[in-house]
Design a protein around this ligand. Sequence first.
Ligand code: FAD
Length: 454
Amino acid sequence: MAESRENNVKFVIIGGSDAGISAALRARELDKSASIIVALADGYPNFSICGLPFFLSGETPDWHRLAHRTEFEGIELLLWHEAVAIDPAARTVVVAARDDGRKLLSYDQLLIATGAVPLIPHIPGMNLPGVHSLHTMDDAFAVYGQLHDRAPRSAIIVGAGYIGVEMADALVHRNLEVTLLGKATSVLATLDPELGNLIGDELRRHGIVVKTDVEATGIESMDCLRVFGTNGFAQSTDLVLVAAGVRPASDLALKAGISMGQKAAIRVDSSMRTSIPDIYAAGDCAETWHRMLKTYSYLPLGTTSHKQGRIAGENAVGGVRHFAGSVGTQVVKVFDLAAARTGLRDHEAIAAGFNPLTFEITAWDHKEYYPGARELRVRVTGDLDNGKLLGAQIVGHWRAEVAKRIDIFAAALFHGMSVEDLNDLDLSYTPPLSSPWDPVQLAAQAWCRKASRP
Ligand SMILES: Cc1cc2nc3c(=O)[nH]c(=O)nc-3n(C[C@H](O)[C@H](O)[C@H](O)COP(=O)(O)OP(=O)(O)OC[C@H]3O[C@@H](n4cnc5c(N)ncnc54)[C@H](O)[C@@H]3O)c2cc1C
């Protein structure tokens, strides 16, 4: 248990989203004497950008409700203050205030929590009016403005990852005709194609034109926008949304001489310290320790950002806390389905030197005799050499506890359990919600049978 302390630390945080605010809150909680300043380039402290698709779909019509919190007692927030330089020798940060020129902030401890920026493909037409990316509140307001002011009838989404599919769903809610372009052979390429194809079918069932194996090559402005892609793709549309992934916003750190790691994310140790003393990094700008691969990777997620920020905040005021690592757990809702994964898939496990077997079952989410039972597709990956669980993927109805079930696998992975060990877990059961053997355990049993008789 962390103790409270009184060190009179001057803790400056660059970035006021998941990682930055988590750090500020933790530091405030532990050290009442610390002076905590959060400088953020925008005016939306601690807003849930994960909620942007639901604001744009109209399901959460008031964007103010995306704020994770609105009270920041004891934390000084400098809104619209962009950090432009860090001088580690002088322990200062230069910030450019939108209305107030440049200021110098001195620090004892500094956290860089500048997040990520969208990856914009190097193809012509990305700057045309009507072509959007989606990462910040302002990005969302730009899309919202076009939806309201110009009433577009159609949209093309470039990128079929989780933001692409969420936005496809969102724009169908807005009655747009949507085409989704993905360069892989199935959508949601973070899942095995067998499950990614289920999501592709769900998108098509809602009228979306899904084009896999198509990479956008350019956009031209005519009466409307015309998008070109590989495999002969050419289509006109009113709105383009580019959701091609993100890269770490690490330029500021790089300029300050801080070492970089995976995919140009800031290199950190388990206490979230960078290569320069008294400077921490957390969230989407930093690397993430992958607990299963036993190496650093780049896994930009809100869940990880909150954890890393909290650890950096604790350590900045004298704590000793380590980030235990991620196992790559994710879930996304697409219309009536949810798709989730944790751990490693076959090809990732092979690349890491494991000897994986993946086996899939279909199981009812609860006893079939109780109304509303729905089928879940559960894929388990385990190591044939020692029976250890390596990963799992689930697709099913979004009310069928897909997220809860992937979290059981995630907890098992975190603790290095074997697939067989899952059967020993004391999981809850009542017929409307599960079965005496939960689908997680049925999948584990099926995997063990298969592994013993390959
Ligand atoms: C549409 C969308 C949906 C998502 N859905 C999910 C989801 O369902 N689940 C999930 O786990 N994750 C999701 N994510 C990812 C998640 O939102 C991010 O991992 C998380 O927001 C990262 O938090 P962060 O604090 O590291 O950075 P960010 O949220 O990117 O925030 C960066 C902060 O730094 C500030 N900043 C940047 N540069 C400077 C500078 N030079 N000076 C001062 N301030 C600066 C910005 O103003 C901002 O306050 C989603 C992301 C998007 C865009």
